[in-house]
Ligand binder design. Structure first.
Ligand SMILES: [Fe+2]
Length: 608
């Protein structure tokens, strides 16, 4: 019997992606931005689809189903009603968005067929159903409560439901314009960061601030109910009618106008960040309690952009009503491509779902392209690079030794990650024991603000020796406290330091990954999921006694994470990365020929 192939697509909003299932199993998944090198590329994911089909060795005509992750007409209806409700105030942004909607959304099928040359059925699922499916179906649970939270899809902004066996059911939703994602984005905008990507920075800034605006947010901005649902007071927001998130009234509540992007950060932004983070955690907690009450489950699965708030997730795990939590690594809209494909397989085709207890079916999120040694070598030869091919054990020893000598490593190994985090396939690695490492890596490699600490990768079997957690966190989506006995208390004079200067004070014996509040965004690494990365950390532990590495995404600020050996070499040569590892090949910066730059790349990524 021939296999059933299902292609899932998410596109035209942000972060386009494609995912391919063969008889229900995930064969490949990738975001379009990695191929086009355009961050959060929202265009039709032609390259990602092409990659998925090639990986399975099939043509588009061999696909049995194509699924799209939301319902464009429903979404258009929401846009239209919103604009009609605020005409003529909203007319300007309607003119901006309208033609795009007509062109891209209403002609979706035509585009899919034209783009794919595919004549079979195209099915649509609702946006939050796609998120919910991506959260439950690949999870390690037979049954679970489902919570999805984001900015907005068609109408829903939050959904609560339950997953059992091979189906999911959503039982409650919060609807536009009341949205936790948009509330967080409003503060992202107001603190001078970019909406849809700067939310992480707000979360990283929060530990420097005091929650002094929490009461104002709860009194004026939102009416929060016991069950976690809330109403946003549209008097202060501008996303219904304008092109910005907040309006002039908003600034009266928060001591002045929005911070200009790139302007110096002040204590006010830190306090704002802390306040919106506290409110977000409270809303997440109340929603989780509602989901728990309604399902009686001990398991919770999460997806939607808000599920990338790993500080909130960590708190849910420690203080919430659930025993176990699993979070879809591609929690944002890219993951919708996976969700809709799995909905077609399980719901539409009524195929059973088998769960291996304790094991999800995401394969560590290593679902993207990989490059064979001869492909890598052909490329390296073509540019005259200086490289050595090494045996595995020797390579791991040398790389671990380099890290211990404070060299920074660019590491490309195996299949690229699906989702926004680097998990040891496209990562920049460093020594977490080095206090100088964090500043050095932020400024000279990432070219970004230095207030964010890096994230640690730790051996799964050693996680509890370093952090107050003892569960899997394979996707770096849980924040946990650094163990008490590893902490270094601040002296009185250090306590007085202002905001970001505090970060330069070592807070633990792994200072490069310890935030000012002693927290860390943890990735646990298991040998059965990624043996090369596990063995590298193990070798580092053998040499140094430390079972942790600094792991940050392999890119510079504003650039998508590298995909190919060529992307990796380019990033290596443009930055202060000292050693590049491409599969079995090791390259030292000092041995490389002079790098010829084409175009103004710093301008391209807005680094100046
Ligand atoms: Fe979404």
């Amino acid at each position: 019997m021939s296999s059933t192939y299902i292609l899932g697509i998410s596109a035209f909003y942000h972060d386009s992606a494609a995912c391919l299932l063969r008889d229900g199993e995930i064969v490949a998944a990738a975001q379009e931005e990695r191929f086009t090198r355009k961050k959060a590329d929202a265009s039709f994911p032609a390259n990602a689809i092409d990659y998925c089909l090639k990986t399975a060795g099939i043509q588009a005509s061999q696909l049995d189903y194509v699924g799209f992750y939301d319902k464009p007409l429903l979404k258009f209806e929401r846009i239209l009603e919103t604009y009609l409700g605020v005409v003529p105030k909203g007319f300007r942004s309607f003119l901006m968005a309208g033609p795009l909607w007509v062109k891209e959304k209403l002609h979706m099928e035509k585009q899919l067929r034209k783009g794919l040359g595919y004549q079979g059925p195209i099915l649509y699922s609702e946006h939050h159903e796609s998120h919910a499916a991506s959260a439950f179906f690949p999870s390690p649970f037979e049954e679970a409560a489902i919570l999805t939270m984001d900015g907005v899809g068609e109408w829903a902004t939050t959904a609560i439901g339950v997953g059992r066996g091979n189906d999911i059911q959503l039982t409650r939703e919060l609807r536009w314009p009341d949205s936790l994602g948009l509330l967080y984005s409003a503060f992202t905008y107001f603190t001078g960061f970019k909406v849809n990507s700067g939310e992480y920075k707000v979360m990283g800034l929060a530990p420097y601030g005091e929650p002094k605006y929490v009461d104002v947010i709860l009194d004026k901005l939102i009416d929060l109910r016991e069950d976690g649902s809330f109403t946003m007071n549209q008097k202060y927001f501008n996303y219904l009618s304008g092109l910005t998130m907040t309006n002039g009234q908003f600034q009266h509540l928060f001591d002045g106008p929005a911070r200009e992007p790139e302007a110096k950060l002040t204590q006010r932004e830190m306090d704002l960040a802390r306040s919106v983070q506290v409110v977000t955690e409270e809303i997440m907690m109340r929603m989780a309690k509602t989901a728990h009450r309604e399902t009686g489950s001990e398991n919770l699965v999460l997806a939607g952009g808000v599920a990338l708030n790993c500080v909130g997730n960590g708190k849910l795990l420690r203080e919430g009503p659930f025993k176990r939590i699993w979070i879809q690594p591609a929690a944002g809209d890219a993951g919708g491509a996976l969700g809709v494909a799995q909905l077609i397989w399980h719901r539409h085709l009524k195929q059973p779902r088998t769960v291996q207890p304790g094991k999800d079916s995401m394969r560590g999120a290593y679902l993207g392209p990989e490059y064979a040694p001869d492909e890598i070598e052909t490329y390296l030869k073509s540019i005259g690079a200086s490289y050595r091919r090494m045996e595995r054990a020797e390579l791991l020893r040398e790389v671990a030794n380099s890290i211990a000598s404070e060299r920074v490593i660019g590491w490309l190994n195996g299949r690229m990650e699906f989702g926004p985090r680097s998990l040891g396939a496209r990562s920049i690695l460093g020594d977490p024991r080095s206090a100088a490492m964090q500043k050095q890596m932020n400024l000279k490699i990432k070219f970004r603000e230095s207030f964010r600490p890096f994230a640690p990768s730790v051996l799964r079997d050693r996680v509890n020796d370093y952090f107050d957690m003892d569960c899997d966190s394979p996707y770096m989506l849980l924040v946990a406290p650094v163990k008490e006995n590893r902490r270094i208390p601040m002296t009185d004079s250090e306590q007085q330091l202002w905001g970001i200067d505090k970060l330069n004070v070592p807070r633990s014996d792994i200072p490069a990954i310890t935030h000012v509040d002693y927290s860390a965004r943890v990735q646990t690494v298991s040998r059965d999921v990624n043996p090369d990365y596990y063995d590298l950390i193990k070798e580092f532990e053998t040499q140094t006694g430390c079972a942790v590495l600094v792991n940050t995404s392999f890119n510079v600020r504003g650039e998508p994470i590298v995909c190919t050996p060529e992307d990796a070499y380019r990033c290596f040569m443009r930055t202060h990365i000292d050693t590049l590892v491409l599969g079995p090949y090791v390259l030292r910066k000092e041995d490389q020929p002079e790098w010829q730059e084409t175009g103004d790349w710093r301008k391209e990524f807005q680094l100046d």
